[in-house]
Design a protein around this ligand. Structure first.
Ligand code: NAD
Length: 499
């Protein structure tokens, strides 16, 4: 069986801890590989090598660093098909969706090619007599990224691109569910000219994560995953004096106003609710139609669209809409929450519980579900389901609808469907959510803006990618200097004021 180890100092290295995790093909349910789970000793040793390699990389001029990333982008395009195939086989998403996953990472890498410009400091000429003041951005040293299973190409690139462009060494701890693509990204980085040791990929589970949290040579950590783990990593990482940003779970609402184009809204809900089997942090999992008439018409439009969805393996061709979920445990959890929804009184309008795909009986497929008359006290409303399950919560008014979203503990993304500009503007200003779509269902900002939620969807001060990433992966130093050296002011014990 294929064995996936670690990528250390520019080589594939087998694990030495003796611990492994199974990597499944979610479409068939078969174990296709096993991945090594690193020990603290393995993580610490790779980090020490990374710290040594960082010294030279950090001193390399930013344009040369950017050229490595430019070359990487070319190689990524060259290998797009191969990467997408491997990604789909471990994650389960369709090939076009896998290409989207790679593409949205690639766009952040393209943004990072602008590092020489983004890393320019600030300068004040003659801030005082003979005094100039300037600031510079320096790498933080060794940074680490801990990433989730659902975007095994995009999120590792969101982390490694800015970290490396800023001159840091980077330790990537990808998800143990789909570790192959991150390893392939490391190979491509080497082919692009990244010096050995600057990027280490350490596979593992909690042991590896705890080793990252406690390693004094790691100065900053970027995490993406579920909220309980985000809170844990943020707390322990900060307590250890590190710079930490953690992006957590979500429960994204779409509010549909009575004046909305309901066909457009229904199409958007299908893509955003069921795409990637609902395993997206920006998936829409709650529809909030305003008014019973809007709700009835929306449900009427959704049912045939949902029933027409084709669920299948990534090898099933272009008409497959979504694939299996990532593990048997994920499937069981989704189906358990569906049962809870029924028990708590929600109306299951489309029932995907008995979905079965001939020839793929052991795959982790979940049929599409639609709930109506969901209320805000139900588990299916409060918890992140991370599956192809859309809940409809009916609101009487716009105020009631935005109140639901405002009161929810998560605040990652949200969408509003309306034809009214006044409502749209009011919504964008008042809502306490990080990423807003107006007639756009999955408002993932492009690479040159920043990505991040509010409330329990994000911990830390700065967002991912865009200019914030360059702030996160650098430290600012401000220098006040006086030339020529001959200026004499005499001694003064007063706090200096510039004249
Ligand atoms: P997860 O929290 O289970 O795992 C994320 C990472 O944390 C993995 O690398 C995993 O190995 C590690 N981990 C898991 N358990 C741990 C523990 N007990 N201690 C230390 N480390 C641990 O998340 P997942 O299931 O891989 O991904 C899905 C979640 O990620 C969803 O909640 C989704 O909303 C969220 N997500 C958020 C964003 C965002 O930007 N906000 C983006 C993508 C995914």
């Amino acid at each position: 069986m294929k064995e996936i180890g670690h990528w250390i100092n520019g080589k594939h290295v087998p694990g030495t801890s003796g611990r492994f995790a199974d990597v499944f093909n979610p479409a068939t349910g078969e174990v296709q590989a096993r991945v090594a789970l690193a020990s603290k000793a393995e993580l610490d040793s790779a980090t020490a090598d990374a710290a040594r390699a960082q010294v030279k990389w950090g001193a390399t001029n930013p344009q040369r660093r950017a050229r490595v990333i430019m070359k990487f982008v070319d190689l990524l395009n060259r290998d797009m098909d191969k990467l997408a195939e491997v990604l789909s086989s471990e994650h389960g998403k369709t090939i076009p969706d896998a290409k989207g996953d790679i593409q949205r990472g690639l766009e952040v890498m393209e943004f990072c090619i602008g590092a020489p410009h983004l890393l320019k400091g600030e300068f004040t000429d003659s801030a005082g007599p003979g005094i100039d003041m300037y600031s510079m951005r320096q790498p933080i040293g060794v940074a680490a990224g801990i990433t989730p299973f659902n975007f095994p190409a995009m999120i590792p690139m969101w982390k490694m691109g800015p970290a490396l462009a800023c001159g840091n060494a980077f330790i990537l701890k990808p998800s143990e569910r789909d570790p192959s693509v991150p390893m392939m990204l490391a190979e491509l980085m080497q082919e692009a000219g990244l010096p050995d040791g600057v990027l280490q990929v350490i596979n593992g589970d909690k042991d590896a994560v705890d080793a990252i949290l406690d390693n004094p040579e790691i100065a900053g950590i970027g995490f993406v995953g579920s909220t309980p783990i985000a809170e844990y990593i943020y707390g322990r990482g900060c307590a250890n004096g590190k710079r930490v940003q953690c992006f957590g779970g979500a429960k994204n609402h779409m509010i549909i106003m009575p004046d909305a184009d309901l066909d457009q809204a229904a199409d958007a809900l299908i893509g955003a609710g069921y795409g990637a089997a609902g395993e997206r942090c920006m998936a829409i999992s709650v529809a909030v139609p305003v008014g019973d008439e809007t709700a009835d018409r929306l449900i009427e439009k959704l049912i045939p669209r949902i029933e027409a969805l084709k669920v299948g393996p990534y090898t099933g061709g272009n008409d497959v809409d979504y694939g299996p979920v990532v593990t048997a445990a994920a499937k069981a959890n989704i189906l358990k929450l569906v049962e809870t929804g029924i028990a708590q009184g929600a109306k299951l309008v489309v029932d995907g519980r008995n979905f079965n795909l001939q020839g793929y009986e052991d795959g982790f497929f979940v049929g599409p579900h639609l709930f109506d008359h969901v209320t805000t006290d139900m588990d299916i409303y409060r918890k992140e389901i991370f599956g192809p399950v859309l809940s409809t919560v009916r609101a009487k008014t716009y105020e009631e609808a935005i109140g639901y979203a405002m009161d929810h503990e998560y605040g990652n993304g949200i969408a509003l469907y309306t034809r009214d500009g006044d409502t749209a503007r009011d919504f964008a200003h008042r809502i306490n959510v990080g990423m807003i779509g107006i007639n756009v269902p999955i408002p993932v900002p492009l690479a040159y803006h920043t990505f991040g939620g509010w409330k329990k969807s994000s911990f830390g001060d700065l967002n991912q990618h865009g200019p914030d990433a360059f702030r996160f992966y650098t430290r600012t130093k401000t220098i006040t200097s006086r030339w020529p050296s001959g200026i004499k002011e005499g001694a003064s014990l007063n706090f200096k004021q510039m004249e």
